[in-house]
Structures are given as structure tokens and as C-alpha cells.
Design a protein around this ligand. Structure first.
Ligand code: SF4
Length: 352
């Protein structure tokens, strides 16, 4: 059984920042707290409780769009490799979702696949969740941040803006972020920080996310320096998932700390973490695609494990339905037999 504590498991992402923590506690109603506690208890006792009684999720990711302006090699959105339909999230789908589970939700990420700010009403979507006291976050390549959009982002109430920057020179940056322009990332960062100051807002907190791969690992020190110079609130280093790793992969970093995979004595590569038969991510959160498909986690990029279609049925009936219950039971029995769970970082550190 896991040794995660209640606080660190539910709020781990947020405790690093005082302003984010303050927002969280301000909006932690007794209902949210009660639901979160029940969820955590059910996780600790997962082998004894009937998974069908599952308390509501405390966190959710929703996909504003599948469209993306870049073409990153390990991303189905950039490579246009989806088999599921592509499109933009409709406002009424979000309204209905928030209407049903907004009172229990604590954290909502407006991101799954695609570049979220391509959605023409991204800031209105965020504002809807923010007005309900839900912590909001998104992740962007920052290519669409300009003076006008920066005002709208700040005014939406967005709490956390994660900017992907995977290199400090154009050549390194675009070796993974194909078609990306580093100068746009830097100018977008400067613009949002200046706008936040101009509008005297403490949000969004702005973080650089540096996905460590072999071609950029030599720039780890440089990106820390750049983040400091620009005044971002932090720089986070993320280990990278790659699809083909058994025979090695040119993207796997040589610095062990940043690699999710290791080479065995037989020359074959494998994922480092032990595949425990449990998953906190799937237990406390879910992902909703732009068209309402509910999937267990962000590793299911093509919605292979669709648990139900929100809109055709309620979220609660999907969350407590047969497909979800069977998926949870299968994972508790043997995680390594579920294809998406075999190459998954759950149970290990994603942030190095
Ligand atoms: S892929 Fe990972 S995060 Fe998703 S359900 Fe499986 S173990 Fe959990």
C-alpha cells in the first residue's frame, strides 16, 4: 500500500506556491473537503471497498481542442495521428459538466492534447470554472500570447499557466518542438508577466516546463538562468515518455535522473518504475476529451479506454458505471496487463 499522505497526494502540485495554496484553501468548501477525504480513504482501502461506490473526482482535465500549430515527434496531436474525431470543446458541454460536478471539483486542467489557446473561447471557458472557485491550470506552447490575449488570460482568473520551453536556443528548442519558434515562447512569457503586473494580479502563476530529452539535457542550467531572468515563478523539469524504448530511443536522456527508462544487461530497455497494481491518478481524476469522451488518464491520448460519453449520460453514471468499475478492478488486479499502463510513470517521479 502506498505511503502517500492525504495532503501531499491530493494537493501536491499546489503546495509549492503560496498564492496557489491560498486560493485552494479559500475555496475548499466542506463538501469538497468531505468528498476529497472519502476519495482518499477509498484509495487507501481500495481492495476492501466496492469500486462502484467511487466518490467524485477532485481533479479533471478537459481538452479544449485537438488542434496544434506544432509537430512534436511523440505527440499524436502534432503528428495528426488520432483515430478519434478532432475538434473544439463546446461551451455547453463544459457548462453541463461543471453543473454536475463543479461543487466537488477542486482542480481543473484545461489541457489534454492540442494547443489550448487555439480554441477561440479558451479564456471564457477558464472563467466559467474560475467563477465556481475551481483551481484552473493550462499548458501552452505560448505561441498565441500577445498583448490582447494576455489581458484576456489574466482577466479569466487562470491560476496556473505552464509554458513549455524545451530548449534555450532555436536549434535545440525546435529539435523536439518541430515548427516552434523560441523567440515566440520568450516574447509570450514576457508579455504575460508584464500584463499580470500591469493589471495588478497575482494570477496566473507562470511556470516553465522543460521536458528533458537527450538533445536538450545540456541546457538544463541555461533554462534555470533564463527563467530567473524573465521572472517566471518556477522552472519544472519533466521526464519524457517515449513510445518505442525497448531498443533504446534517441530521445532518452543520458542523465539518469531525467530518464524514465533504463538499459538492462541484455541490452533491452525497460521502464524504471515498479508497476504497482494501483493508480492514484486514475483514482482521483479523469480526462474528458473535447467531444465528451471520458477516459481514465492523460496516457490514453487516443481514447482507447472510453468509459462513456458525457452528454449521452451523466458524468456520475459514467464514473460509477460498469466500464469504469471493470477498469479499476482490472488495474487493481494486474496493472501490467493493461496496455496504456505498461508505459506509464504513475508510481514514480515525473518531475525531476
Ligand atoms: S496509464 Fe498510468 S495513470 Fe493511466 S490508468 Fe494506467 S497506471 Fe494509471
Amino acid at each position: 500500500m502506498t505511503n502517500v499522505s492525504f495532503t501531499t497526494s491530493i494537493f501536491a502540485v499546489m503546495l509549492a506556491d503560496f498564492q496557489e495554496t491560498r486560493f485552494l484553501f479559500k475555496h475548499l468548501s466542506s463538501r469538497r473537503l468531505r468528498n476529497a477525504w472519502k476519495l482518499y480513504r477509498s484509495f487507501k482501502n481500495q481492495n476492501r471497498f466496492e469500486t462502484r461506490e467511487h466518490p467524485m473526482p477532485v481533479a479533471l482535465s478537459i481538452e479544449p481542442t485537438t488542434a496544434c500549430n506544432l509537430g512534436c515527434p511523440e505527440c499524436p496531436s502534432g503528428l495528426k495521428k488520432f483515430t478519434r474525431p478532432t475538434g473544439h470543446l463546446k461551451e455547453n458541454l463544459l457548462d453541463n459538466l461543471l453543473g454536475e460536478i463543479g461543487e466537488d471539483l477542486i482542480y481543473l486542467t484545461f489541457y489534454f492534447q492540442g494547443e489550448p489557446f487555439i480554441h477561440p473561447k479558451m479564456n471564457e471557458l477558464i472563467a466559467k470554472a474560475n467563477q465556481r472557485g475551481i483551481f484552473t491550470a493550462t499548458s501552452t506552447n505560448a505561441h498565441f500570447i500577445n498583448d490582447k490575449s494576455a489581458s484576456a488570460i489574466v482577466n479569466s482568473g487562470l491560476n496556473r499557466l505552464i509554458i513549455s520551453i524545451d530548449g534555450t536556443t532555436q536549434e535545440t528548442y525546435s529539435s523536439y518542438r518541430k515548427k516552434g519558434k523560441l523567440e515566440k515562447v520568450i516574447s509570450g512569457t514576457k508579455t504575460i508577466l508584464a500584463k499580470r503586473k500591469e493589471l495588478k494580479s497575482i494570477f496566473p502563476r507562470v511556470y516553465f516546463q522543460f521536458l528533458v530529452v537527450k538533445p536538450n539535457e545540456h541546457q538544463i542550467g541555461d533554462v534555470k538562468k533564463l527563467g530567473k531572468e524573465l521572472g517566471v515563478d518556477g522552472v519544472h523539469f519533466k521526464t519524457a515518455q517515449v513510445y518505442d524504448y525497448e531498443n533504446g530511443n534517441a530521445l532518452i536522456p543520458t542523465i539518469n535522473k531525467y530518464a524514465r527508462y533504463e538499459e538492462g544487461k541484455n541490452g533491452k530497455w525497460s521502464i524504471k518504475n515498479i508497476l504497482d497494481d494501483q493508480c492514484w491518478k486514475m483514482w482521483h481524476s479523469a480526462v474528458v476529451t473535447w467531444d465528451g469522451r471520458v477516459v481514465p488518464c492523460c496516457f490514453d491520448k487516443d481514447a482507447t479506454h472510453e468509459m462513456g460519453q458525457f452528454g449521452e449520460e451523466s458524468f456520475k453514471s459514467i464514473w460509477r458505471g460498469e466500464a469504469y468499475t471493470n477498469f479499476r478492478s482490472a488495474l487493481l488486479k494486474s496493472r501490467s496487463e493493461i496496455e496504456i499502463c505498461k508505459n506509464c510513470s504513475e508510481g514514480t517521479k515525473v518531475w525531476a
